[in-house]
Design a protein around this ligand. Structure first.
Ligand SMILES: CC(C)(COP(=O)(O)OP(=O)(O)OC[C@H]1O[C@@H](n2cnc3c(N)ncnc32)[C@H](O)[C@@H]1OP(=O)(O)O)[C@@H](O)C(=O)NCCC(=O)NCCS
Length: 323
C-alpha cells in the first residue's frame, strides 16, 4: 500500500466582511454577547457567488501551488451542505469550471466533518483505483440557508471554501483516520430539503429551508466527540499527543475548543484557531485554517497534525497526518 499526502492547500473567502455590529442592526444582539459565547467577531458573506464559484477559486490556488494541471486530476470530492442545487453536484460544476475532464466527481454531505471524511475517502480511492492526483474541497455558502431573523443561529456562520490537492507520496501523509456518526441526534442541527407535496402524498410535508439548531445539544455533543476522536485516531499509531504540533479543529465555537482542550488535558495553544475572523464555515473551516497556517509559515515538512471536526448528522471525525 502506498501513501497519500496533502501536496498543497488553498482557500478563498468572499471579500465582504460582516461584523457583529452589522448583525446587531437587524437582530437583537450585540458584539459582547457574540464574542463571549462564541469567540466570533466577524465573518465573510457572499454577495452572490455560489458554492461552486468559491470552491473553484480555492481549487485553482491549491492546484497552482501543487503544480498539478486540472486534466491530471483523477478525482474531485466536494464536501458541502450548501450545494448550488441537488444536481449537478458541486464537484461536477467545479470539474467543468476547471476543465478537469479526467476526474471522477461527487459531493458528500457530512456537514462540518465533511473535509475530514473527504480526506479519508480520497485516500481510500487513491489506493484502490491507483489514482495519482485528487482534489478535495470543503465549500459553503451558508448565508443562503441562514435564517437572518434568528439571532441564535445567524451570528454563528460564514461563507468560504478550502481545497487540498492530494498526491501519492513516499512520506507518511495521511496516517490514520477515525470517522463516526450518531444519526439518532440528527435533529439537533437540520436544513430541510424538498417538500413532499405530490398528487400521491397522503399529507404535505413542508420543509424548513434554513438552519435550525439546538445549540445546547450541540455543545454537549461536541466536547466529548472531539476528545474521543483525538484519542481514538492516535490509537495503534505509536504517535503520542506530545508529538502532535497542532490540532486543527472545526472552527465552530471558542468555548467548545476550550472545554475540549481541558478534557484532553492539553494547552489551548495546541489548537489552531481562526474563528474570530472567519466564523463557522462548516466543511470549509479545517482547510481554511490549514491554508492560513500554510501562508503564515507554520507548517513544516514532517510536522504531525490532527484534523478534527464535528457537526450535523451528527457526525465527527479526525485524521492524523504528516505534513
Ligand atoms: C448558540 C450558542 C452560542 C448559544 O449559547 P447558550 O449559552 O447555549 O445560550 P442559550 O441558547 O441558552 O440562550 C441564552 C439566552 O441568550 C439569548 N440569545 C440567543 N442568541 C442570542 C444572541 N445572538 N444575542 C443575544 N442573546 C441571544 C437567548 O434567547 C437566551 O435568552 P433567555 O435566557 O432570555 O431565553 C451555544 O449554544 C453554542 O455555541 N452552541 C454550539 C453551536 C454550534 O457550534 N453549532 C455548530 C455546530 S457544527
Amino acid at each position: 500500500m502506498s501513501n497519500v499526502e496533502i501536496s498543497a492547500i488553498g482557500a478563498y473567502l468572499p471579500p465582504l466582511v460582516v461584523t457583529n455590529d452589522k448583525i446587531s442592526e437587524f437582530v437583537e444582539t450585540n458584539d459582547e454577547w457574540i464574542v463571549q459565547r462564541t469567540g466570533v467577531s466577524e465573518r465573510r458573506i457572499s454577495e452572490g457567488e455560489n458554492t461552486s464559484d468559491i470552491a473553484t477559486k480555492a481549487a485553482k490556488i491549491a492546484l497552482e501551488r501543487a503544480g498539478v494541471n486540472p486534466e491530471d486530476l483523477d478525482l474531485i470530492i466536494v464536501a458541502t451542505i450548501s450545494p448550488d442545487m441537488f444536481i449537478p453536484s458541486v464537484a461536477c460544476i467545479v470539474q467543468s469550471n476547471l476543465n478537469a475532464d479526467n476526474a471522477a466527481c461527487f459531493d458528500i454531505s457530512v456537514a462540518c466533518s465533511g473535509f475530514v471524511y473527504a480526506l479519508e475517502i480520497a485516500n481510500g480511492l487513491m489506493q484502490s483505483m491507483k489514482y495519482k492526483n485528487a482534489l478535495i474541497i470543503g465549500a459553503e455558502v451558508l448565508s443562503k440557508v441562514t435564517d437572518w431573523t434568528d439571532r441564535s443561529t445567524c451570528i454563528l456562520f460564514g461563507d468560504g471554501a478550502g481545497a487540498a490537492v492530494l498526491k501519492q507520496s513516499k512520506t507518511k501523509g495521511i496516517i490514520k483516520s477515525y470517522l463516526r456518526a450518531d444519526g439518532k441526534k440528527g435533529n439537533a442541527l437540520t436544513i430541510g430539503g424538498a417538500d413532499i407535496d405530490t398528487p400521491f402524498s397522503k399529507e404535505k410535508i413542508l420543509q424548513d429551508k434554513y438552519i435550525k439548531m439546538n445549540g445546547r445539544e450541540i455543545l454537549r455533543f461536541a466536547v466529548p466527540a472531539i476528545a474521543e476522536a483525538v484519542t481514538e485516531v492516535l490509537k495503534d499509531t505509536n504517535i503520542s499527543l506530545d508529538e502532535i504540533k497542532y490540532i486543527v479543529p472545526h472552527q465552530a465555537n471558542y468555548r467548545i475548543i476550550k472545554l475540549a482542550a481541558e478534557k484532553l488535558k492539553l494547552n489551548e495553544d495546541k489548537f489552531y484557531l481562526n474563528l474570530d475572523k472567519v466564523a463557522n464555515t462548516s466543511s470549509a473551516t479545517v482547510p481554511i485554517a490549514l491554508n492560513e497556517m500554510y501562508e503564515k509559515g507554520l507548517l513544516n515538512k514532517g510536522d504531525k497534525l490532527i484534523l478534527v471536526a464535528f457537526g450535523g448528522g451528527l457526525t465527527y471525525a479526525a485524521s492524523v497526518i504528516e505534513w
